[in-house]
Structure formats: C-alpha cells, structure tokens
Design a protein around this ligand. Structure first.
Ligand SMILES: O=C(O)c1cc(=O)[nH]c(=O)n1[C@@H]1O[C@H](COP(=O)(O)O)[C@@H](O)[C@H]1O
Length: 295
C-alpha cells in the first residue's frame, strides 16, 4: 500500500552526524589549525574591484570559499556583521556561502556573537544550529555576558545536532579586559566561563574535543594563566582570532597558548583576504599561513 510522503519521511531515521569536536579535530589533523575568516569589508571589496553590494559580497565570499576548499583549511569563519550591513540581500549572500561550504564539506563557524535571555537564545540557536535552517553553520560564536547559563538553549541544540559553539572568554580587543579580567587570578570572569565550558565538555571524554569551544584572542593568550584559566583543560577548541592583521604571529601564539596549542584554531581574515582578488593569490596566502603555523 502506498504511504503518504510525510509518513514515509517520518520513518527514515535522522542522519547521525559525527560531533563537531571530532569533525573539527579531523579537519585540523588534515589541514592544520588555520581558519580563514571571511570578512567582506567595504575596503577589501574595493581592493578586489568589487562593488559594495550584495552581489559584490557574494562574489567575494564564494571566491574565498573556493580558495579555502582547494587549499584546505580547518574551517572558514564568515563575519556575520558584514553581511547584515546589506540587509536581507546580504544575508542571502551569507546563506549561499554557508550552503556551498556545506556542499564542499568545508566546516563553517558563523561569527555572529549571539547572546540573549534563554527564551530568545532558543531562536538564535534554531537559526544557526538547526538542520534545515538556511543559516545553519557547523558552529556559531556566542557572547556569555548575559550569563553563561543563558546560552543553554544553543549549547543543547548544538550537542543534539552534532554542531558546536565558541563562547567569548578573552577577546582580542583592548576593552575586553574591563569585563573579562574582573576578579583577577582567583576568580576572573573569564575563568568562570572557561570552567563552565569545561564542565559542558566533560562528557566528550579526554580524547575528544567537546562541543563548547572558547574564543581566546591570539594577541591575549598569555593573559590566560595570570587570570587563572587553564586553557589546556577546557576540553574544547580554542578559536584564536588576531593572527596576522592584529599582530599575532605563529611563534607568539605557540608561546602564548603553550600546552593548549594543539587545540588552537588560528584565525586570520584581512591578512589573507588582502591577497585577493584571484583564487591563485588567495591560495598562495593560505599556503603561506599554513606553513607559518606548521613551522
Ligand atoms: O569572535 C571572533 O572571531 C573575534 C573575537 C575576538 O576576540 N577578536 C576578533 O577579532 N574576532 C573576529 O575575528 C576577525 C578578525 O579579523 P582580522 O583582524 O581581519 O584577522 C573579525 O571578524 C573579528 O570580529
């Protein structure tokens, strides 16, 4: 007997996705720790000979993805703010980038820095972390400054869907210290975020990266120890923006992160993107950065 389509679909089990931490670790194993930030700033679009429009954004994004996919990176990290500048057509360009990255099997970290009261957080979680959402990414950046527990809906959905989150702990901007360093070595705000993340990662076990990564700026990693953060025991990946344009070097990061270095995803946006507009010149910049990090 023929079944209606919806009954047939309901009987098909949902695909089991390998957890984000394991997928990221595999990508890092294969390609090294470089994450290519995709930040379509107006100035970069102009340098590439593109217009500061949604069309320009899309060309910029897809060319960046093509270079990243061809060369191999741990992940790409599109900066959501720079798509939001263009309203719905900018978001449509971001959706196409995320969709094509999915097809190319390049991991995506949507840099949206979301954070809100729990009930609203559930909406952000659905947008960025649920199957079938046009904006679904492999992971999203979150701000814990409404309280780490307010992020729970996103953390739960990430776990359920084999996705991940990166929670801001120590950011690369100078103003971050006025909040994140409060409490000092014995009880800094950043330390409490790191401990909460470690608790959420415990279930993944010592051999796997858990679903909750931290954002620790590449330029401020050396602050971690004096603020009581043991980055090597967080149990999640450490997203480290600031490599390149903000002055962090591969050598400086290795020293700053110390034993936690194997968990670091080193993120660079402008320093790579400035090499555009050709795919070959972008690939060359990715190769150079990868070699630098491997050396
Ligand atoms: O969450 C982030 O990615 C982030 C956190 C942080 O502490 N510092 C920081 O620079 N970022 C982002 O990382 C990117 C850095 O870009 P570049 O300085 O051009 O490499 C930007 O998209 C920033 O918004």
């Amino acid at each position: 007997m023929n079944q209606p389509d919806d009954v047939r679909q309901a009987s098909v089990p949902a695909p089991v996705r390998v957890p984000f931490g394991q997928r990221l670790a595999a990508a890092m194993q294969e390609h090294g720790p470089l994450c290519m930030g995709i930040d379509p700033h107006a100035g970069l679009l102009a340098e590439w000979g593109l217009t500061d429009t949604a069309e320009g954004l899309e060309t910029f994004s897809l060319r960046s993805l093509e270079a990243a996919a061809a060369e191999g990176v741990a992940a790409i990290k599109p900066q959501v703010a720079l798509y939001e500048r263009h309203g719905s057509s900018g978001i449509a360009a971001l959706e196409r980038l995320l969709g094509q990255a999915r097809d190319a099997e390049v991991l995506t970290i949507a840099d949206a820095k979301r954070g809100d009261i729990g009930s609203t957080m559930a909406g952000y979680a659905e947008a960025w972390l649920s199957d079938g959402s046009p904006l679904a990414a492999d992971a999203v950046t979150l701000s814990p400054y409404l309280g780490y527990e307010s992020l729970r809906p996103a953390i739960d959905l990430a776990v359920q869907n084999g996705r991940g989150v990166f929670v801001l702990a120590l950011t690369s901007n100078p103003e971050g210290a006025s909040v994140q360093h409060v409490g000092g070595a014995d009880g800094s705000v950043a330390r409490s975020i790191a401990r909460a993340a470690a608790a959420d990662n415990a279930e993944a076990g010592p051999d796997h990266l858990g679903p909750v990564g931290l954002v620790v700026g590449a330029t401020v990693a050396e602050d971690a120890a004096r603020l009581g953060l043991d980055l090597a025991t967080v149990g999640g990946a450490l997203l480290a923006p600031g490599f390149g344009a903000q002055g962090a070097t591969a050598h400086g990061m290795k020293t700053g992160f110390g034993q936690a270095w194997p968990h670091v995803v080193a993120t660079s946006s402008r320093a790579i993107l400035q090499a555009g507009p050709t795919i070959e010149s972008l690939r060359e910049a990715i190769r150079r950065n990868r070699a630098d990090l491997a050396g």
